[in-house]
Design a protein around this ligand. Structure first.
Ligand code: ATP
Ligand code: MN
Length: 478
């Protein structure tokens, strides 16, 4: 019985006037004891259901409230009301689930994003979050399609890991040892030999190292999975649990890597533009309304759709780290002492610097390469200058860093030299070093933070609003 349901999106797209259909969904509004706006999540558009006078008794009419779920059978007819071409003339309405209007937190009015975060279990039922999560789905699908069409192998890298080479200090420990009385060594330290895995383990911060192993067999792989960082950064761009896409390609240098990353980002944006137009237009309007409350100089120059079109139609700017520092030093912003953090060669670019480069100077996505070796991970390939590495970060307007990547150090001696210098436990990483011992090849890869990408496409300013249930410091609800 339930499988004869027609989705509202399909109905509105095909407008099959005269057909009898069954729809199911949740009531958004009910006007004049007659007009029900019904939504089933397939689209932001509601279906207007008309309950002709006399069809329902008073008892049932009272139960048609915002949030209630209905099954409606009726005939599709042309609509005389404005805003829709068709409506459903109900022949029968069955209430599947009541929703007490006194208690239901979502009223048919505008709620703040902060309030909706507190009722994240219900916010999917709003237009804004309907749009955001349909777009999130589309982007995820487009990511798989992009790589699949190019012959990449989707690799599931482990979530629990014993290697802490990448995330010193930022990892969540995984353990079954008792907190009150853990087994200890003679020197008082915890004896992890007694722990579940017989060693100290953590949640992964990246699947890259394992990805490299597989790239040395399949040539091209990608991961797309959850990653965890116990960094205490309560920002609008950091989550403790987020999803990352990490392609890793053999026979790629830094140039190939940049080209792939740019093509990839444009592809998935284009996919959303082609497949989620209604939702994007809704969010664009939402953003425009929100920005009306800001002072002129804080408003975006481009609307959401124009911004995405602009990114699609223009090459990303490519500069070196050294050039970036020069631009910052020569900016009037710097001369007026408007940067909070110091600017000089060797610093890790702060978010204010990244945003100046993309939002004020270039006004488009920027790929920065050739970072000082000292501020980047051990596996990045040393450039001939002996000071910089073949790193590449992609910075996006409004977000800052969206991609971090590099050409990897494929030369065994250079790699071990850097590992030792950076106190990476070489002994524990022999499995990784085997890739450089047996058939090593030039290779490269990058990590795209999925939620930051969703933020960029949807225009949502807080990363907590683009993941269903955000995990952030002191917050793990639902
Ligand atoms: P940031 O400087 O912004 O903290 P990072 O240098 O720590 O970023 P990488 O280690 O290069 O980031 O991770 C790759 C990508 O993962 C980043 O470009 C970003 O898109 C995303 N990312 C990193 N940390 C987070 C986080 N805490 N929450 C959400 N996305 C993140
Ligand atoms: Mn970080």
């Amino acid at each position: 019985m339930f499988n004869k349901r027609t989705k509202i999106k399909e109905l509105l797209a095909t407008e099959p006037a005269g057909r009898e259909v069954t729809v199911m969904g949740w009531v958004r509004t009910f006007r004049n004891n007659q007009f029900i706006a019904l939504n089933d999540g397939s689209t932001n558009q509601n279906l207007q259901v008309v309950a002709t006078l006399g069809l329902l008794n008073d008892e049932t009419l009272k139960r048609i409230t915002t949030g209630a779920s209905l099954k409606v059978i009726g005939e599709v007819v042309p609509s005389s009301g404005k805003g829709q071409k068709i409506e459903l003339k109900a022949a029968s309405i069955e209430i599947l689930g009541d929703s007490d209007p006194e208690k239901y937190p979502l009223q048919p009015k505008k709620h703040s994003l902060e309030f909706l975060r507190e009722i994240a279990h219900l916010r999917f039922r709003t237009n804004t979050f309907g749009a955001v999560f349909r777009i999130r789905h589309s982007l995820a699908f487009a990511i798989h399609k992009f790589f699949n069409d190019k012959g990449f192998v989707y690799l599931h890298t482990p979530i629990i890991t014993a290697s802490d080479a990448e995330g010193a200090g930022e990892m969540f420990r995984v353990t079954t040892l008792p907190f009150d009385n853990p087994p200890r060594n003679d020197d008082g330290s915890i004896n992890f030999k007694e722990d579940f895995f017989g060693k100290s383990t953590n949640l992964t911060v990246s699947g890259q190292l394992e990805g490299e192993l597989a790239a040395m067999a399949f040539s091209d792989i990608y991961t797309f999975g959850p990653t965890f960082r116990a960094e205490n950064s309560n920002t609008t761009r950091h989550l403790a649990e987020f999803w990352m896409i990490e392609p890793e390609m053999a026979f790629y240098d830094i140039e190939d890597n940049m080209n792939l990353a740019e093509e990839f980002i444009k592809y998935i944006i284009q996919y959303a533009m082609d497949n989620n137009r209604d939702d994007l237009e809704f969010l664009a309007q939402r953003l425009a309304d929100e920005e009306k409350q800001l002072p002129q100089d804080k408003r975006s120059e481009l609307g959401l759709i124009e911004k995405l079109e602009f990114v699609l139609n223009n090459a990303f700017e490519r500069i070196t780290y050294t050039e970036a520092i020069d631009i910052l030093l020569n900016s009037s912003h710097y001369k007026k002492k408007k940067f909070q953090y110091e600017v000089k060669w060797g610093i890790d670019l702060q978010s204010e610097h990244e945003r100046y480069l993309v939002e004020k100077h270039f006004k488009k996505p920027v790929i920065v390469t050739g970072y000082p070796a000292a501020i980047k991970a051990f596996y990045m390939r040393m450039n001939d200058d002996g000071k910089t590495v073949a790193a590449m970060d992609i910075l996006a307007p409004g977000i800052g860093e969206i991609v971090g990547g590099s050409q990897r150090e494929e030369r065994y001696d250079k790699l071990t030299e850097r590992m030792e210098a950076m106190h990476v436990p070489v002994e524990e990483m022999q499995w990784y070093l085997d890739t450089r011992r047996f058939g090593s090849v030039p290779h490269a890869g990058f990590g795209l933070g999925f939620e930051r990408m969703v933020q960029f496409v949807t225009g949502m300013t807080n990363i907590r609003d683009v993941i269903p249930f955000a995990r952030t410091p002191k917050n793990c609800e639902f």
